[in-house]
Design a protein. Structure first.
Length: 446
């Protein structure tokens, strides 16, 4: 899976990794090769462009963390962008939150692996999630399609709806629903008729089945070996029915990965499963981060950089704690602390943990602080001169107006911030009187 893309990218990063310092030109050269690698992998051109621009901008703009090489950091940036391209940090789960029987409608072109995937997902739901599953084939066009599902059902130990010759797809769907209700089935999978290409009659049939069965999930099965065609098919289907996700089959044979890499960005639809072979258990939940790792094969570097980023946060926090113990607390410190707060995901926590912070907390509450406010405060401090930051007393009316303009805020926002800074530095002085704060650094580091 992804072998040739992996090799290409591996070569690019091997060149970068050993370097102690990276010049802008190094990054640009590397990205030119990444661009070629992605295009050779048959990734859609606009997706490649966006990817390369995003990575280049980040790689050039970012300051390098201590204890990792710039090359390693670029690997991490590329990794993160790949995860994003594949669908983001969260794994798209099947949504089965509805009154049973929850219906999953399978759609796709003939030969894409639809019937096989129907059986694979049924087996997955039965074995991994303990669901009672029923499958029904609505394919009356292809002779023996219903029979094929029946055989697969026997193979994986999942019940199939008995075949009644001559019934139309909507009749079969209605019967399947009734039967699923009677048998207290948790999940009903409807394997709709395949089609050679997107044609109106079959689209209408699919819509009629959808209207009758109100599927919770409508999964489109596409063959990853068809590359950009798979993405185009997904686009034409999503124009007709409300697709909730994609099943990408034959990933086991896909050395390029263009369909997997473009699908989300082009269609907006998440890949939920990857078919990885002919056997009924050859199906995997599509975890973007794991797939990115498989493509880059550099999980070790990625976690190294993550750890380095963590330890920098701890070092910053320790430096801040030291200054606080000395009773020093200027706008730079406040800014750093606001950043810490954002990282820690919330304000209340810090304020509660610190002694002598009641007033500062009240000032925060008065300014109605939420994440947006944190961002605004950061902008305000960013608009101050270095001198004003170390000595906020300099901020007279005229300077306040300048800062407000620079940060796109109002003078009263500046006043609120100054008030908060005053309360906090008072608190810091109290802390100093109380003999400093042991363990504060550890607290910040979390
Ligand atoms: P349908 O016409 O869309 O229902 O396609 P089928 O389910 O009948 O599959 C067509 C062929 O593709 C069969 O021979 C399957 O064994 C094969 N197939 C399906 N999924 C995969 C997969 O993920 N990997 C591989 N290697 N073969 C697959």
């Amino acid at each position: 899976m992804f072998d040739s893309l992996s090799d290409r990218l591996g070569g690019v990063f091997d060149k970068l990794r050993g370097r102690g310092a990276l010049k802008e030109q190094d990054v640009r050269d590397a990205m030119r090769e990444v661009r070629i690698a992605l295009l050779e992998a048959d990734v859609a051109l606009p997706v490649v462009r966006r990817f390369v621009d995003q990575v280049t901008e980040k790689a050039i703009g970012q300051s390098v963390l201590r204890s990792v090489t710039p090359g390693q950091q670029v690997v991490k940036i590329v990794n993160d962008a790949l995860v994003e391209m594949l669908g983001g940090d969260t794994t798209p789960e099947l949504d089965l939150n509805a009154a049973p029987p929850v219906v999953i409608m399978m759609v796709g072109l003939q030969g894409s692996g639809k019937t096989t995937s129907t059986a694979k997902i049924s087996k997955f739901l039965k074995d991994k999630q303990g669901k009672k599953v029923l499958m029904a084939s609505l394919d009356v066009n292809r002779p023996a399609a219903q029979e094929q599902l029946k055989v697969l059902g026997e193979q994986v130990g999942v019940a199939t709806l008995p075949i009644i010759a001559g019934q139309q797809p909507t009749e079969i769907a209605t019967r399947a629903l009734q039967s699923a209700k009677l048998q207290a089935v948790d999940v009903l999978l409807l394997d709709t008729a395949g089609r050679l290409h997107v044609d109106q009659q079959l689209m209408d049939e699919m819509k009629a089945v959808s209207a009758i069965s109100s599927p919770r999930e409508t999964l489109l099965v596409v063959d990853s070996l068809t590359g950009q065609d798979a993405v185009n098919v997904a686009q034409s289907f999503s124009g007709e029915v409300d697709l909730t996700g994609v099943v990408l089959t034959r990933m086991d044979g896909d050395a390029r990965g263009g369909a997997a890499l473009s699908m989300r960005a082009v269609t907006g639809k998440p890949i939920k499963f990857a078919g990885t072979g002919e056997k009924p258990e050859a199906i995997e939940i599509f975890h973007p981060s794991r797939v990115a790792n498989r493509i880059l094969g550099m999980g070790d570097v990625v976690s190294l950089v993550e750890k380095a980023a963590e330890s920098v946060k701890v070092e910053e926090a320790e430096a801040l704690a030291k200054r606080m113990e000395q009773g020093k607390f200027d706008m730079n410190d406040l800014r750093m602390q606001l950043k810490q707060m954002q990282n820690m995901g919330g304000l209340g926590m810090l304020a509660n943990m610190m002694p002598g912070m009641k007033k500062a907390k009240a000032a925060m509450a008065a300014s109605n602080m939420d994440d947006k406010v944190l961002v605004r405060m950061d902008a305000i401090i960013g608009s101050m001169t270095p001198k004003e930051r170390t000595n906020p007393a300099l901020l007279n009316a005229k300077r306040k107006i300048r800062v407000a303009k620079g940060s796109g805020t109002q003078v009263q926002d500046i006043n609120k911030l100054i008030k908060m800074h005053q309360e906090m530095s008072k608190a810091m002085k109290q802390i100093k009187k109380m003999g400093g704060l042991k363990g504060l650094a550890a607290m910040f580091g979390k």
